[in-house]
Design a protein around this ligand. Structure first.
Ligand SMILES: [Zn+2]
Ligand SMILES: [Zn+2]
Length: 239
């Protein structure tokens, strides 16, 4: 009895956000607080009315986006987790993404994607971080939803790519031009493809991919853990 109390004391987990005692990484309150309820079906931006300002200002070539969270707090946590090699939190959030994505497909009577495509990481980043976050999420989604994935379609072709998270929209667009090499595209014929990543910020990266895949696939979706709040270009810090 005493031993189990001591064990509980040392091994009790605190919620990553509110620091309350909880069983896993997030307490139930925090887990449910920012789940995407009223979001744009195309880009997953939070909607205040029925028009999506982000989609009005962008020419997105993908058809849908599913984001587990649309709260900037979650975005910061995920970035923190990834940058600090917190792979167990990433895996935990990925499993939540898989469960909620499956539930959302069922509720909305939507078919599963046919194929998952993780966004590749360049070798330098892979060595620094030790893993590709997009591939970690993809493998969990693939296993949970029983959808195959392919790492030989999208390849990175630059080694000095700046981190997208810290760039504004214009800089991101310049940064992502021609950063990927595409191969085996004919194998995507008539498939509903889902691009998997940790976060959706401006959508510039996934749109660049969608532009290149659109003539091969029947449709393109994005599946991400978190979607940042949409900020119009005029309000972004351009430096
Ligand atoms: Zn909490
Ligand atoms: Zn939208």
């Amino acid at each position: 009895m005493l031993l189990s109390n001591i064990k509980d004391f040392f091994y009790q987990k605190l919620c990553f956000i509110c620091r309350q005692k909880c069983q896993h990484f997030l307490c139930l309150n925090c887990e449910n607080i920012s789940k995407n309820i009223n979001a744009c079906k195309v880009c997953a931006a939070s909607l205040t009315n029925n028009k999506c300002e982000c989609c009005l200002n962008n020419d997105f070539k993908f058809q849908s986006t599913y984001a587990l969270y649309t709260n900037d707090l979650y975005f910061k946590i995920i970035i923190y987790a990834i940058k600090n090699g917190h792979i167990s939190l990433l895996k935990y959030l990925s499993l939540h993404l898989a469960q909620n994505f499956q539930e959302s497909l069922f509720i909305n009577n939507l078919p599963k994607p046919d194929l998952l495509l993780p966004i590749p990481l360049n070798n330098k980043k892979l060595i620094q971080r030790g893993y590709n976050q997009s591939l970690v999420i993809t493998k969990i989604l693939s296993k949970y939803l029983n959808i195959p994935y392919n790492i030989n379609i999208l390849l990175k072709n630059k080694h000095n790519l700046q981190t997208q998270h810290f760039l504004n929209k214009l800089q991101r667009q310049q940064n992502i031009n021609n950063i990927f090499t595409y191969q085996n595209l004919n194998s995507l014929k008539n498939l509903h493809v889902a691009i998997v990543d940790d976060v959706f910020t401006t959508g510039a990266t996934v749109n660049e991919i969608a532009i290149n895949l659109q003539k091969y696939c029947s449709s393109i979706s994005n599946v991400v853990i978190a979607r940042t709040k949409y900020i119009p270009l005029d309000n972004q810090n351009i430096s």
